[in-house]
Design a protein around this ligand. Structure first.
Ligand code: CP
Length: 310
């Protein structure tokens, strides 16, 4: 495994190995371990983002810098992409300059997979279209494990714009592999074709779905990707699928959201900072998880066991 393109391709054991590595990095960061800064000195990481990002791009940048690597940010508007150069040629030129690792976000599903066929440099997928967002799913897993310890049999309810969500896809693949039972809850128009054949439940009733949930993962309504008939209206979406405190859910259920949050649309304002909300824990765990992934894919090894990446 030279690249991290999606969670779908990872074995349960590899997911567990990555998780262990991320917890190790979390400890090193908390202890301000001086070895961190020397780990990837002289290495160059390129953050190549063709879509806006706050959490993913910045946490990858902080993660790489904490490991001693240099980071360059390639933005479409400030590069020769703006003059018509292709994505492929841009990366080929960056590779020729000695970039050691690419972090790529692109609006086209499959773009990192396409590039990985031609580039020698490892690629970490930072989100491709509506396809996958593997690093988000792995940091979500880390956050759930911190609170729930045993994953087998847990009920995860994913609420919202599943059709357009790469986060939903990666989480479904990741958590199902580890024994979590997944329920999707949204309008029928926001369930992707083919998902009814997967080993998961589908519900159109939010109260029924969350009543016995262990984890409730709320997704952003991605208005920028919507077609005309995806939802009847925002008002109706809020009426049927907004997570808010009028709903009954267990007092130990985790409330998650990958961000960015549209407050008072998919989730009521008061739930963002609710005692059961782990939204900012997800963001905090993004740092050690991405440090672990940068280290694993740049060095082709785990620090917490002897195996190579497989
Ligand atoms: N969760 C997430 O991918 O957020 P950003 O779009 O801000 O990176």
């Amino acid at each position: 495994m030279k690249h991290l393109l999606g969670v779908k391709d990872l074995t349960p054991q590899t997911i567990k190995d990555i998780l262990k590595e991320a917890f190790y990095f979390k400890q090193l960061v908390e202890k301000k371990d001086s070895r961190l800064k020397k780990l990837l000195a002289e290495q160059v990481v390129a953050n190549v983002f063709f879509e806006p990002s706050t959490r993913t791009r910045i946490s990858f940048e902080i993660a790489a810098k904490k490991l001693g690597a240099s980071v360059i940010n390639v933005l479409e508007s400030a590069s020769s992409l703006d003059k018509g150069e292709t994505v492929f040629d841009t990366l080929l030129n960056l590779e020729a300059m000695g970039v050691d690792l690419f972090i790529i976000r692109h609006s086209e599903s499959g773009m990192p997979h396409y590039l990985s066929r031609y580039l020698k440099t490892p690629i970490l997928n930072a989100g491709d279209g509506s396809h996958e967002h593997p690093t988000q799913a792995l940091l979500d897993l880390m956050t759930i494990v911190e609170h729930k310890k045993n994953l087998k049999g847990l009920k995860l309810v994913i609420v919202g714009d599943i059709l357009h969500s790469r986060v939903a896809r990666s989480n479904i693949f990741c958590l199902s592999k580890l024994g979590v039972r997944v329920t999707l809850c949204t309008f029928p128009t926001l369930i992707p074709k083919g998902f009814s054949e997967l080993d998961l439940e589908i519900s159109y009733n939010l109260q029924a779905a969350v009543r016995d949930a262990d984890v409730i993962m709320v997704l952003r309504l991605q208005k920028e990707r919507h077609q005309q008939n995806d939802i009847p209206s925002i008002k109706e979406y809020i009426k049927y699928f907004q997570l808010n405190t009028s709903l009954k859910f267990p007092s130990n259920a985790l409330i998650m959201h990958p961000g960015p949050v549209n407050r008072n649309v998919e989730m009521s304002d008061d739930l963002y900072s609710h005692s059961q909300s782990v939204v900012l824990s997800q963001v905090r765990n993004g740092l050690p998880m991405r440090m672990a992934l940068i280290s694993i894919f740049l060095q082709n090894r785990f620090l917490t066991h002897k195996g190579k990446v497989s």
